[in-house]
Design a protein around this ligand. Structure first.
Ligand code: SAM
Length: 277
């Protein structure tokens, strides 16, 4: 995968040289290029922002600088892609970036990210690349422009959000993980459920023992125990996810567990049958 990132703080992305992401770059599985937006400024202060039209506090990132930069960077991003190039702007007021989105984006040959700062990027920039697009050889090519929030809180800039998205996306690229099995049964993967609690040795630590079933050697019972713990944990912490489960895909034991947890599973999706608190 080829990733281009535009930011006024390229140093933020040094953390992506560590651990598995660093290895992926060394092996060529991932090509990451980070561009400093200020390289496309023309004034002595390398300014990238201006006051908001209509008044108000803070500063807004200027469209001209972003466009000069993206017009040059995006054709390089697109060069490795036959599909419509993807351009992502992190934005707290956008749809949530989820595991499902990460899964979809892990199939993309290339992605470009643009990190906002201050009050964000002039809103015309995303619209422009979505509808008019980047310069192509003879014409212009529109982009698959997306905006994602990584959670309901506000960060100072898009750099951390982009690091989060890159890590979530790239670990799903085939060949990224040493053991591909480790990403099969994770939280939010396949089904909208949280993962069961995990334990390692010693089986008794500071007087606390792991659940005895895990040392029984009975794989079917271990699987059932973990599945029940997963349903229980999700029911308590993220009931919104339980409501997304497909009741027709649940087995008899799943249904029994969910009923005991206070869910009615007779419809298409579970609904609360009574107040469990
Ligand atoms: N004025 C914006 C608002 O109230 O929605 C906040 C701008 S924020 C201070 C500056 C930049 O940080 C944004 O343009 C975006 O790139 C990034 N950012 C902040 N919080 C984020 C979040 N939860 N998810 C994704 N990006 C975020």
């Amino acid at each position: 995968m080829h990733i281009d990132v535009v930011s006024v703080f390229p140093e933020y992305f040094h953390i992506l040289e560590l651990s598995l992401l660093g290895k992926a770059q060394q092996s060529g599985l991932l090509q990451l290029r980070v561009h400093n937006l200020r390289d496309w400024t023309h004034d002595v202060h390398h300014s990238v922002d201006d006051t908001p039209v209509g008044g108000g506090a803070g500063m807004v990132m200027k469209p001209e600088t972003w466009a000069e930069c993206l017009d040059e960077v995006l054709p390089q991003t697109a060069a490795t892609s036959h599909a419509k190039p993807i351009l992502i702007f992190p934005n707290p007021s956008a749809p949530l970036f989820t595991q499902e989105v990460a899964q979809e984006l892990s199939q993309a040959p290339s992605i470009a990210f643009g990190c906002g700062r201050y009050e964000g990027i002039d809103a015309r920039v995303a619209d422009y690349y979505r509808t008019i697009g980047m310069p192509d050889v003879n014409t212009r090519c529109t982009l698959d422009v997306r905006e994602y929030s990584i959670g309901d809180y506000v960060l100072n800039g898009g750099e951390v959000a982009v690091c989060v998205m890159i890590e979530a996306i790239t670990r799903l690229i085939p060949g990224f993980m040493g053991n591909p099995e480790s990403i099969v049964k994770e939280s939010y993967t396949g089904e909208p459920l949280l993962e069961y609690p995990q334990y390692t040795r010693p089986t008794t630590w500071r007087g606390i023992s792991v659940p005895p079933i895990l040392t029984s050697g009975d794989h079917a019972k271990v699987d059932r125990f973990r599945r029940d713990k997963s349903l229980e944990k999700t029911s308590v912490l993220r009931p919104d996810l339980i409501q997304c489960l497909d009741c027709h895909a649940l087995d008899k034991a799943d249904r029994k567990t969910l009923i005991a947890l206070g869910w009615n599973v007779s419809g298409a999706h579970p609904v609360r049958s009574h107040n469990t608190h």
